[in-house]
Design a protein around this ligand. Structure first.
Ligand SMILES: C[S@@+](CC[C@H](N)C(=O)[O-])C[C@H]1O[C@@H](n2cnc3c(N)ncnc32)[C@H](O)[C@@H]1O
Length: 246
């Protein structure tokens, strides 16, 4: 049984808004997503009722204080576009030396991860349903983030849509600006020309260096998601890109 998302929007109207309406041109660097209509299972609607206040963060033009959010000083990793959060919850459980801010606009995925995190009380994860570009611009302090995870970003395969790809300049300069020294950007893709683009764009991003000669080795702690399994079934190469802030 699925229900329209409207039933949660009446109680949590802010959940229906995922991007800044007054985005000025210079801030609107990339429009990397399309919104799908949403129908949710009861467990997803319940997750919002039960866990939204504790595990989700509302978009606000105000810097986040991670110490207050997580109640500790652990370094913070931001995941952009977590999909259904399959990797997010596993990485958060297994690598709990970090806190994770997981950002996704896809309501179905957002509520799935909210349900897992709330049911299992995974305290080192907070979620946002909002455009990550606006979140980074408006809510994240410069030089404060330990790492970014961007796994299987939408490849926007048609040439006329390449401008929608998330990994491009100047957005990657924004990622770099938010990282602490030694902080990392970790991207994975099964789309080969996007992988080349990621390598080239990040090589030209302010203050970032590639510790590898080209693509990086796979991190054993990164779980394989459905996008990866699909790519492997189609015989696509999975490329990993890892850059660090100088
Ligand atoms: C192809 S999916 C990959 C999901 C997941 N990382 C995985 O590996 O299974 C890419 C996701 O990025 C999200 N996304 C794209 N641009 C975004 C943005 N600016 N802010 C937040 N999420 C975004 C999309 O909604 C989509 O769910």
């Amino acid at each position: 049984m699925k229900e329209k998302a409207q039933s949660i929007y009446s109680e949590y109207p802010e959940l229906a808004i995922v991007e800044k309406k007054d985005n000025s041109e210079e801030k609107r660097e990339v429009h990397s997503f399309v919104l799908r209509t949403n129908k949710l299972h009861t467990f997803q609607l319940e997750a919002v009722k039960n866990y939204y206040e504790h595990y989700s963060i509302r978009y606000k033009e105000e810097l986040l204080d991670f110490k207050k959010v997580f109640n500790n000083d652990k370094p913070v990793v931001i995941e952009i576009g977590f999909g259904t959060g399959e990797s997010t919850s596993r990485i958060a459980r297994e690598r709990d030396q970090y806190n994770y801010l997981a950002i996704e606009v896809f309501l179905n995925g957002y509520t799935k991860l909210l349900s897992v995190v709330g049911d299992e009380k995974i305290e080192n994860v907070r979620l946002m349903r909002f455009d990550a570009v606006a979140v980074l611009n408006d809510m994240i302090k410069d030089n404060s983030i330990a790492g970014f995870h961007i796994f299987f970003a939408d490849p926007w395969p048609k040439k006329k849509h390449h401008k929608r790809r998330l990994i491009q300049l100047p957005f990657t300069n924004l990622l770099s600006k938010k990282l602490i020294k030694g902080g990392y950007i970790y991207c994975v893709t099964d789309w080969s020309d996007y992988a080349d683009q990621m390598l080239s764009v990040l090589s030209n991003t302010d203050n970032m260096k590639n510790p590898y000669d080209g693509f990086a080795p796979s991190r054993e702690w990164r779980p394989k998601t459905k996008y990866e399994r699909r790519g492997v079934n189609l015989d696509y190469t999975i490329n990993e890109i890892w850059f660090e802030k100088k």
